[in-house]
Design a protein around this ligand. Structure first.
Ligand code: 3H9
Length: 710
C-alpha cells in the first residue's frame, strides 16, 4: 500500500504487514497505509478475512511520539487516527490482529478496532499514554472498557502499566494465545472466522455495567491516582475519559476523549514527560564514543564492601544474572549486609514482584566472604567502601594487584576525584566511577564518571552494563560531586540557609514536596544519614573559602549524634515506625544558632523556598554544562529524575528552567545575588548568555548536536 504497510494474499486471507522499524510506530503513512490495505481487502472478492501483523520485533508500539512536538509547535495538524480505525472496524470481512512484542497506546487502539485479537505468550498490551502526560487519543478509553470491563480499563488507562498476554486473555482483550508461529496461527484463525459475522468492539456494552457499580471504581482510582501519581494531571484525565465511556454513546465518548487528549497534549506536563522519554534514550548516546565501540564482556563481578551501597550494588548484578562476590572486612558487617539483602528480596517476594524460586536463584548468585579469593576471575570489581580518599586508594592499590589485566575497576564514590583514585593503580585506563544511588537496588540512576585516562572501551562497557542492570546510565566528567551531588550540594545549602533565616524544617520540606519532589531535602538528609555529608565536609574542609557563609546546623546535629533515621533523630524525630515529627529541640537549636550568627529571621513563603533551592540547582547545572561535566542539559535532567526524586512531569531542573523562562530564572538569581552575595549566587555565564539571546537549555542541546553532526 506504501513502503510502510505491505499487503499480500495467502489464499483467501489478506495479510497486512506494518513495517516501520524499529517499533512500528504509527508515523505518518502507517495509519493511511493500513486503511488503504483494509479497503483493498474489502474490495477483493477472493479475500474472506484479513490478518494485521507487525514486521520485526513488535506489533505497533503506539503513535509516533516525535510527532507530538510538531503538533504542539504548530508544524503539523492534529493526529487523525480515529477515522482509520472506524474503517478497520467497519470492514465487512473479519479483521484479525496478530500481536507479538508490544501493542501499546495507539497500537492497542488499532488492535481493538479489529474484530479479533491473537497474541503470542510473550506479548504485552497497554495504554501507557499517561506516562507521556497524555491519555489514549484514538478511542482507547472507549473501546477498552467495552472489551475488558470498566475496572480493568481504568487501571490500564490511568496507571499505564503493561498487561501480559495471559492476563489480557483473561480480561477479554485478547481472544486467543497462539503458541508457535504467529502468522500461520493467525491465518488459520482467520479461516475459522471467515464468513461469520464480525463483532465490533464499539457496539458492545455488556461490560460497561451499571453506573452505581462504576462510581466506586472511579472513586477508588481517583484516590489511588492522588496518592501514587501526585501532581500529575493525565491519570485523572484518563479516568474522566473512561467515565465518559460509561455515560455517553460511543461517538460522543470519542469526542470527549479527543477534547481531553488535546488538553493533555498541549500541557507542560506532557512536554516534560516526553522530554523524559527521549532523554532516557539520548543519554545513552555519547558523541565521541560510537555505537560500534568494542566492549568487555561482564560475566563475573566482585564488590568490596557489604554496607548499604555494596549490598544494593551486589543485588543489581544478581538481578541481572551475573554472579557476584561481596567482600567485607569483618564477619559481623558481612552478616549484617547479607541479612539486609535477604530482607530486601523477601519483601519483594511478599509484594509479589517475583517468586521465592527467583529470590533463591538471586541469593545463590551472591557469594559473601572476608577475603579476595576469586577476585582474580572478576571482569569488574566495584569498590563500595566509606567515602574517604585514603581508604579508597588503599582498596584500589589492593585490587589492582589481584585483578586480571583487563578487569574494570569501578569506584562507587559519590564525590571524590576519580583520577586520584586511579593513580593508586597501574591501570588508570580501566578505572571509572560507577556512582549508584541509595537504595541502589531501587534507584534507576547510574552516574558513570569518566576519568582523564578512562578508555572509551571501559565507558562503552559501562553504558551497556547500565542497561543490563536496568539502570539509566548518565556519563559525567570528573569534578567534586560530579553532576548530581555537585548540584545537590547547592540545593541542600539553600534549604539549610532557609531554616536559619526563619522557615520551619517542615515548611522547607513541605514546599518542595508540594513542588513534586519525592521528599524534601532535609528529610532526604535524614534518610541518607547526616553523617555521610559530615564525613564529606571534613574531607573537603581545606577547600572551604574563608568568609563565605556555610550552613551551621547540620554539623551541630551530627555532633549531637543525630544522624537521621538510623539514630531515630536528625532534622526530625522518628517514632518506631520511622514516622517523622518536627522536633522542638531542633527548632530551638536552629534559632539559637541563627541568633548567635547574627542571621536575620523572617517569614519565608513556599514560593521563595522553591525558587531558592531549585534555582540553585539550575545555576550550578548551567556551570556544569558549560564546563562539559554534563554532555547536555538533558543529561542533567535524567540524573535528577532518576537519582534525586525530581518529578518527571516537570522534566528535570534544566527543562523546568526553560518552562519558567531562562530570563525569569536569571532575574531572580540576580536578586538573590544582591541579597546573599556573589560567592553563593553569581549567575552562571551560560545562564546569562542564554537569557541575553532569548535561548533555552533545549536549544543549547540542539546547537551542540548540530555542531557535533557538522
Ligand atoms: C499514543 O500511542 C497515543 C495514541 O493514543 C494515539 C493518539 C492519536 N514513537 O525504548 P527503545 C524509539 S502515545 C517514536 O530503546 P525497547 C525510541 O526512541 C505512544 N519513537 O526499545 C528508540 O529510538 P532510538 C504510546 C519510539 O525495545 C527506539 O524506538 N506508546 C516510540 O527497550 C527503540 O526504543 C508508548 O508510550 C514511539 N512510540 O522498548 C510506547 N517507541 O533508538 C513507548 C519507541 O533513536 N515505547 N521509539 O533511541 C516504549 O515503551 C518502548 O520503546 C518499547 C520498546 C517497549 C516499545
Amino acid at each position: 500500500m506504501n513502503e510502510l504497510v505491505k499487503f499480500t494474499r495467502q489464499g483467501e486471507v489478506g495479510v497486512i504487514t506494518i513495517d516501520n522499524p524499529p517499533v512500528n510506530a504509527l508515523s505518518p503513512g502507517v495509519p493511511e497505509g493500513i486503511a488503504a490495505a483494509i479497503d483493498a481487502a474489502a474490495a477483493d472478492p477472493d479475500i474472506r478475512a484479513v490478518v494485521v501483523i507487525g514486521a520485526g520485533r513488535t506489533f505497533i508500539a503506539g503513535a509516533d511520539i516525535r510527532e507530538f512536538g510538531k503538533i504542539t509547535s504548530g508544524h503539523r495538524p492534529r493526529l487523525t487516527l480515529l477515522p482509520q480505525l472506524l474503517r478497520i472496524e467497519d470492514c465487512p470481512k473479519p479483521v484479525v490482529m496478530a500481536i507479538h512484542g508490544t501493542a501499546f497506546g495507539g497500537g492497542l487502539e488499532v488492535a481493538m478496532a479489529g474484530h479479533y485479537r491473537l497474541a503470542v505468550p510473550s506479548a504485552q498490551v497497554g495504554q501507557p499514554e499517561v506516562k507521556l502526560g497524555i491519555i489514549p487519543g484514538a478511542g482507547g478509553t472507549q473501546r477498552l472498557p467495552r472489551l475488558a470491563g470498566v475496572a480493568k480499563a481504568v487501571e490500564m488507562c490511568a496507571f499505564g502499566e503493561p498487561v501480559k498476554s495471559q492476563d489480557a486473555l483473561t480480561a477479554g482483550i485478547v481472544d486467543r494465545i497462539i503458541e508457535g508461529d504467529l502468522l500461520s496461527g493467525a491465518i488459520g484463525f482467520a479461516r475459522e472466522v471467515a464468513g461469520k459475522p464480525a463483532p465490533k468492539t464499539r457496539e458492545r456494552s455488556e461490560k460497561l455495567t451499571d453506573s452505581s457499580g462504576n462510581a466506586a471504581v472511579f472513586a477508588t482510582a481517583r484516590e489511588q491516582a492522588r496518592k501514587t501519581r501526585r501532581g500529575q494531571t493525565a491519570p485523572m484525565a484518563a479516568i474522566d475519559a473512561v467515565e465518559a465511556a460509561t455515560k455517553l454513546p460511543f461517538d460522543q465518548g470519542c469526542e470527549r476523549e479527543a477534547e481531553i487528549f488535546r488538553e493533555c497534549l498541549f500541557s507542560t506536563q506532557s512536554k516534560a514527560l516526553i522530554h523524559a522519554f527521549f532523554g532516557e534514550r539520548t543519554v545513552a548516546k555519547i558523541p565521541d564514543i560510537p555505537k560500534d565501540t568494542p566492549t568487555y564482556e561482564i560475566r563475573r563481578a566482585a564488590v568490596v564492601g557489604a554496607g548499604t551501597m555494596g549490598g544494593g550494588i551486589a543485588m543489581n548484578y544478581a538481578n541481572a544474572g551475573i554472579p557476584v562476590i561481596v567482600k567485607e572486612a569483618a564477619q559481623d558487617a558481612l552478616d549484617r549486609g547479607m541479612a539486609t539483602i535477604r530482607k530486601n528480596y523477601e519483601n519483594s517476594v511478599k509484594k509479589g514482584r517475583f517468586s521465592q524460586a527467583v529470590m533463591d536463584q538471586r541469593m545463590a548468585l551472591i557469594k559473601p566472604q572476608l577475603t579476595y579469593d576469586g577476585f582474580e576471575q572478576a571482569d569488574i570489581i566495584v569498590e563500595a567502601v566509606f567515602e574517604g580518599m585514603a581508604l579508597k586508594k588503599q582498596v584500589f592499590a589492593e585490587i589492582d594487584k589481584i585483578a586480571k589485566p583487563d578487569c574494570i575497576l569501578a569506584s562507587n564514590t559519590s564525590t571524590l576525584d576519580i583520577d586520584e583514585i586511579a593513580s593508586a593503580t597501574t591501570r588508570p585506563h580501566l578505572v571509572i566511577g560507577h556512582h549508584f544511588f541509595s537504595p541502589a537496588n531501587v534507584m534507576r540512576l547510574l552516574e558513570i564518571v569518566r576519568g582523564k585516562a578512562t578508555s572509551k572501551q571501559v565507558i562503552a562497557t559501562s553504558m551497556a552494563l547500565a542497561k543490563k542492570l536496568n539502570k539509566v546510565g548518565v556519563l559525567a566528567g570528573n569534578c567534586r560531586g560530579f553532576i548530581g551531588n555537585r548540584m545537590i550540594h547547592c540545593y541542600g545549602r539553600e534549604a539549610q540557609f532557609l531554616v536559619e533565616e526563619g522557615a520551619a524544617v517542615e515548611a522547607v520540606d513541605g514546599a518542595l514536596y508540594d513542588f513534586g519532589m519525592a521528599m524534601g531535602p532535609l528529610a532526604m538528609g535524614d534518610l541518607a544519614g547526616l553523617d555521610v555529608g559530615w564525613r564529606i565536609r571534613k574531607e573537603f574542609k581545606h577547600l572551604e573559602k574563608p568568609g563565605v557563609r556555610r550552613p551551621l546546623v547540620a554539623d551541630l546535629l551530627c555532633e549531637a549524634s543525630r544522624f537521621g533515621q538510623k539514630t531515630g533523630k536528625g532534622w526530625y524525630i522518628y517514632d518506631a515506625d520511622r514516622k517523622p515529627s518536627p522536633d522542638p529541640e531542633v527548632a530551638a537549636l536552629i534559632e539559637k544558632t541563627a541568633r548567635e550568627a547574627g542571621i536575620e529571621r523572617r517569614n519565608i513563603t513556599a514560593q521563595e523556598i522553591v525558587e531558592r533551592t531549585i534555582y540553585a540547582l539550575v545555576n550550578e547545572g548551567a556551570r556544569i554544562l558549560e564546563e562539559g561535566i554534563a554532555l547536555r542539559s538533558v543529561d542533567i535532567d535524567m540524573v535528577y529524575l532518576n537519582g534525586y526524586g525530581f518529578p518527571a512531569w516537570r522534566g528535570g531542573p534544566m527543562f523546568y528552567a526553560d518552562t519558567v523562562g531562562v530570563k525569569n530564572v536569571l532575574a531572580r538569581i540576580q536578586e538573590f545575588e544582591k541579597r546573599h552575595g556573589p560567592d553563593l549566587w553569581a549567575p552562571a555565564p551560560l545562564l546569562k548568555r542564554l537569557a541575553d539571546s532569548a535561548k533555552t537549555f533545549a536549544s543549547f542541546d540542539q546547537d551542540k548536536e548540530t555542531a557535533a553532526g557538522a
